[in-house]
Design a protein around this ligand. Structure first.
Ligand code: CTP
Ligand code: CA
Length: 229
């Protein structure tokens, strides 16, 4: 990309990015999943490499090829994502949670395939909550001055919901998408407002996910700790 990428303003920095959706198994052939394509997280990884960062990408289910120069860790479930992100965050200058994490998982895994029983309705599927990775990483700040970024797709009162979520999670930046046709899931384009804990709001016009990624790094860079690199 253009002049911003040439600046190498992430040189000497380690960034951890999560991408794609998690899958929560129900039995050997079934899972609960979501429609995340992983494209936004991969765009964040590519742009961070171009700006000089060392990049760890923790990737859930996606059909995208590994980006060049990136350390890719593949995970399936939210609990595996949790373990991988918390471990990688210990040495990260910034953590960006672009993954679509399943909020719930089936309470029990059935080791054999669930079968129909003649003349019977199915058992309901009981769910339990998964750990909130973004809230935990934000609260712990494994490294002094670590910058933490979340994503949120919202409907209705998008900005008010986003502000409340930013405060609840305790992160520095929250990228808020309005969910709608041709936006966010699966598409190569995105439109967002980036809310910061200091109260600022940065609108990002509809365009390639690469542009949104560059704007995220533009906002992360001045917030990074001025530490030894
Ligand atoms: N997230 C996370 N761990 C979870 C759920 C979400 O780290 N168990 C992260 C996502 O990666 C995203 C941010 O939190 O960066 C916001 O996700 P979102 O689903 O919008 O937030 P929730 O707190 O799950 O709220 P909601 O009830 O609206 O789904
Ligand atoms: Ca959620």
């Amino acid at each position: 990309r253009g002049p911003r990428a040439a600046e190498q303003d992430l040189a000497g920095r380690h960034v951890v990015i999560s991408a794609g959706g998690t899958r929560e198994p129900l039995d050997p052939v079934r899972y609960l999943g979501n429609r995340s394509s992983g494209k936004q997280g991969y765009a964040l990884a590519r742009t961070a490499v171009a700006r000089g960062a060392r990049v760890t990408l923790v990737a859930g289910n996606t059909e995208l090829p590994d980006p060049a120069g990136v350390d890719v860790i593949r995970i399936g479930t939210a609990r595996q994502l949790h373990e991988a992100v918390v471990k990688a965050a210990a040495e990260a200058d910034a953590v960006v949670m672009a993954a679509a994490v399943a909020d719930f998982r089936p309470a029990a895994y059935t080791t054999g395939k669930i079968k129909k029983v003649e003349g019977q309705e199915p058992e309901p599927v009981a769910l339990v909550r998964n750990p909130d990775i973004l809230a935990e990483v934000s609260a712990e700040r494994a490294r002094r001055g670590q910058v933490v970024v979340g994503f949120a797709a919202e409907t209705d009162d998008v900005l008010a919901n986003g502000r409340a979520k930013l405060a609840r999670k305790g992160c520095d930046l929250l990228v808020v998408n309005e969910v709608g046709e041709h936006k966010a899931f699966g598409s190569a384009e995105n439109e967002a407002v980036i809310l910061a804990a200091d109260g600022s709001e940065t609108p990002v016009p509809y365009g390639p996910k690469e542009d949104l990624a560059e704007t995220v790094w533009d906002l992360v860079v001045p917030r990074l700790a001025d530490t030894e690199r």
